[in-house]
Design a binder for this molecule. Structure first.
Ligand code: ADP
Ligand code: GN1
Ligand code: MG
Length: 383
């Protein structure tokens, strides 16, 4: 099934047309060797990701990541690429100082043969390529708690690495990305319009969300009052946006840098919790299988604070549980909005998937509320 998100992203082309487009792009990238194979890769909801295999003269193979940037969502891909160049160059200097491996510890853009950081194809789609980070895996769910802990250290360290980056030089690649009150207002608009007649199926979910209206303002209000600093944040800290080294088990690289922009540190913490500190996949249908894992919350809190290494203020640290609940609620709101609007944003593979995703998030919010004091005590323990 082709979702409306895919149609909008240009995938109503025939398979042959799409393949010829990819081949056009591959020819323009400065890959080493000749392309021998390419295929779809990964489970991201937003971009189209491919792995491209090339063969060298000595017959050895090299892999690259090739991505079609979702232009519907990222209105100015050139700005997004400027952000990524700025941030990865900055991180590379720090990796060199720490005597690390610049090819594996940050994303490395592979330029086009003309030396550009992205390629615009003949129908106006934007493409970019990265070195493939070999010998590492991005996980969809927490298989070993240690991996989750490692991802926490890495995202915390990412926060610290960028703490002296000039935030004002970054473009806002998606306006109001983690502005939860705006997300709620978008949901209300979708309810009023009810284009697909789906509102009647989600009355209890809406009821739950509307009761959280006051809560949605908490972080924005603290920011407006000057109590919560704006930092350079990743904004999409899902476990599958971290590469974990297959041998050492250490998280070696933070990927998916499209949403790196000014934001709140507690939201980076929170988004990772909503995706990882759970017993089920984000789109689990059976809600009785979805439970909040306070043990993983504790593990992540410890790792994140270790990675941040003193770069957070006392207030930020105390707000970590709020970040967890905020990001989980916000994501539920976003999935539900997309469901009501006909699945135009998040890629779906089956009917109702965005509704299922929304429901898992709301279930997690309600479980967090029940364990609120415990969450606060855990944070205090590691502060
Ligand atoms: P999306 O924005 O759609 O989530 P990502 O940039 O996260 O796209 O890429 C999707 C998946 O592709 C990742 O979860 C990861 O598995 C894989 N991936 C992305 N970049 C690399 C890379 N440089 N090396 C190896 N795998 C990668
Ligand atoms: C999207 O691109 P991906 O799959 O890593 C989304 C995140 C959501 C997430 C939900 C740019 O992340 O904000 O939290 O899906 N990214 C964008 O799984 O909207
Ligand atoms: Mg991703």
């Amino acid at each position: 099934m082709v979702s409306r998100a895919e149609e909008r992203n240009g995938k109503h082309m025939t398979r042959e047309e799409y393949c010829s487009k990819i081949e056009e792009v591959i020819r323009c990238m400065a890959f080493q060797g000749d392309c021998v194979h390419y295929e779809r890769f990964g489970n991201g909801h937003i971009n189209d990701t491919f792995v491209v295999y090339t063969e060298q003269e000595n017959k050895s193979r090299v892999r690259y990541i090739l991505q079609r940037i979702n232009h519907q969502i990222f209105k100015k891909p050139e700005h997004l690429m400027e952000n990524i160049v700025g941030v990865t160059d900055f991180i590379k200097c720090k990796i060199v100082q720490e005597k690390g491996d610049v090819d594996r510890e940050t994303l490395n853009i592979v330029r086009t043969k003309l030396g550009n950081t992205y390629y615009v194809d003949s129908i106006g789609s934007y493409w970019r390529a990265y070195l493939f980070i070999e010998g590492a895996t991005s996980y969809e769910q927490v298989e070993k708690p240690e991996d989750f802990y490692q991802s926490a250290v890495a995202f915390g360290h990412f926060q610290k690495l960028l703490s002296d980056y000039q935030a004002h030089t970054l473009y806002e690649t998606i306006m109001d990305f983690h502005n939860t009150p705006v997300r709620l207002a978008n949901l209300k608009r979708a309810v009023t319009e009810d284009v697909y007649g789906r509102v009647r199926k989600v009355i209890s979910e809406l009821d739950f969300i509307y009761k959280q209206e006051e809560f949605t303002h908490v972080l924005m209000n603290l920011y407006k009052d000057g109590k919560l600093p704006l930092r350079v944040t990743h904004n999409d800290t899902k476990l599958n946006n971290i590469m974990i080294d297959n041998k050492s088990g250490k998280a070696i690289c933070v990927i998916d840098l499209d949403t790196v922009m000014p934001g709140f540190s507690v939201n980076d913490f929170g988004d990772a919790i909503r995706f990882g500190a759970t017993t089920a996949a984000e789109d689990e249908i059976k809600l009785n299988k979805v439970n909040f894992r306070i043990d993983l919350f504790e593990l992540y809190t410890r790792g994140f604070l270790e990675g941040c290494d003193g770069s957070l203020t006392e207030i930020e640290k105390r707000l970590l549980p709020i970040g967890a609940k905020m990001m989980t609620l916000e994501c539920g709101i976003r999935f539900l909005t997309d469901y009501l609007q006909g699945d135009t944003y998040f890629r779906i593979n089956r009917e109702g998937q965005n509704l299922d995703r929304a429901r898992t998030q709301l279930k997690l919010v309600s479980e967090m509320e029940k364990q609120w004091d415990e969450m606060k005590n855990i944070v205090i323990k590691y502060c």
